[in-house]
Write a protein that binds this ligand. Structure first.
Ligand code: SF4
Ligand code: SF4
Length: 374
């Protein structure tokens, strides 16, 4: 039986986090924990967002993990590849990871620049950072959020940060819609799952609405952990209020792991618990709806059923969206104008919306999306 640990933790307090992390990790793969010396902690560091926005894994959760592994005498690396061409040094600073590296003997590693292995999984050829293969213990430390493209982002979607930055942009242009992108995520999962020692989702603070960066920051007060990525995401997503088929990779991930939802163990106090007021309207129905459209009609449907980014006057002309667009269809700002998106060339991957640090990109929905989501 796959087990998911859950703690109610109202705010980021180090002693509480240390106790939870120690308890969670007592369920991790023991032999690997004992034998391996080097630990990779893989947070969600999507971009240049401060911890209080609820977009990135909180540095206090990371600190609890760092202290745990240093106490065990391990060598600790913290690694991610933020989206687009974002300056990684700024992300380390803003997210609180640089501060951790000043106070503890840990190494920050940019997964975009350390080389990669390109591996085949089904029809997909996936580039995965070399760092991932160099660490005997890998702890996946995700964030609890909605996601404009695939509905929900937890432990499985966090693995996308193992792909070097420029390859990520390329995949977004190759697989722009939610169904194809989810298949790529599942291929990545198939290639990496056996090396994941443990998985945590930081849901003490998270996000609903139109995540993963422009939604509403929420104090969910929940910390989740499991050895199984698919069981963990299933429990966390359904607790947020998603039906399993709202998230296009979820049921297939469970199938790959041979896990039946009814056989996933959670603490008794969380049986049947659903967060009462999570706002999923903007992300929930799209995926389920699209999946029921026959493949032959999908092209037409995508022309009628879409969400497209629009740059608002909240824009501060930082140019991050320009650099993040995988198909380079955003014209840079000038003295008088905001950046401009070419609507005909836009593939609607929503990377620009995801990466904008100032929540300045709105999502306009087609009439059909509005009707379906009503
Ligand atoms: S839309 Fe956002 S990311 Fe793009 S330039 Fe404006 S503030 Fe920067
Ligand atoms: S403009 Fe935004 S949504 Fe359109 S292709 Fe570029 S990053 Fe994707």
């Amino acid at each position: 039986m796959a087990k998911v640990q859950i703690r109610r933790i109202a705010s980021y307090e180090l002693p509480l986090l240390e106790a939870a992390v120690a308890d969670f990790l007592s369920h991790a793969h023991r032999l690997r924990m004992k034998r391996s010396k080097r630990v990779l902690l893989k947070p969600n560091l999507l971009g240049n967002f401060p911890p209080e926005r609820g977009v990135t894994t909180n540095p206090l959760v990371m600190e609890a993990l760092v202290r745990h592994f240093l106490d065990l005498g391990k060598e600790v690396w913290i690694g991610d590849s933020p989206g687009g061409t974002v300056n990684v040094d700024r992300v380390w600073e803003t997210s609180g990871m640089a501060d951790l590296a000043k106070r503890y003997p840990v190494k920050l590693v940019n997964l975009s620049t350390a080389g990669f292995r390109e591996l085949q999984s089904g029809e997909f050829s996936v580039k995965i950072s070399e760092i991932f293969w160099k660490c005997g213990i890998v702890v996946n430390v995700a964030k609890y959020k909605t996601h404009g493209l695939v509905g929900f982002t937890g432990a499985l979607k966090n693995l996308y940060g193992l792909v070097p930055g420029l390859a990520k942009s390329n995949y977004h242009s190759l697989y722009p819609n939610s169904l194809d992108f989810s298949k790529l995520l599942l291929a990545l999962y198939a290639l990496t799952r056996s090396r994941l020692s443990y998985n945590i989702i930081d849901g003490i603070q998270g996000m609903d609405g139109l995540g993963p960066s422009g939604g509403r920051t929420r104090n969910f007060g929940l910390l989740f952990g499991s050895r199984s990525v698919s069981a963990l995401d299933y429990v966390a997503a359904t607790m947020m209020g998603f039906a399993p088929d709202d998230v296009p990779y979820l049921e297939e991930a469970l199938r790959m792991d041979g896990i039946l939802p009814s056989r996933i163990g959670v603490p008794t106090s969380f049986h049947g618990y659903v967060i009462p007021d999570a706002d999923l309207r903007a992300v929930r129905f799209s995926n389920r709806f699209l999946r029921r459209v026959p493949r032959s009609a999908r092209h037409l449907m995508e022309r009628l059923y879409y969400k497209r980014p629009v740059i608002s006057n909240r824009c501060r002309k930082c140019e991050i969206c320009v650099q993040s667009c995988p198909v380079q269809v955003i014209t840079p700002a000038d003295k008088f104008n905001f950046p401009e998106i070419d609507p005909k060339a836009c593939i609607r991957c929503l990377c620009c919306h995801e990466m904008c640090p100032h929540d300045a990109i709105d999502i306009h929905k087609s009439l059909l999306v509005k009707m379906v989501e009503r």
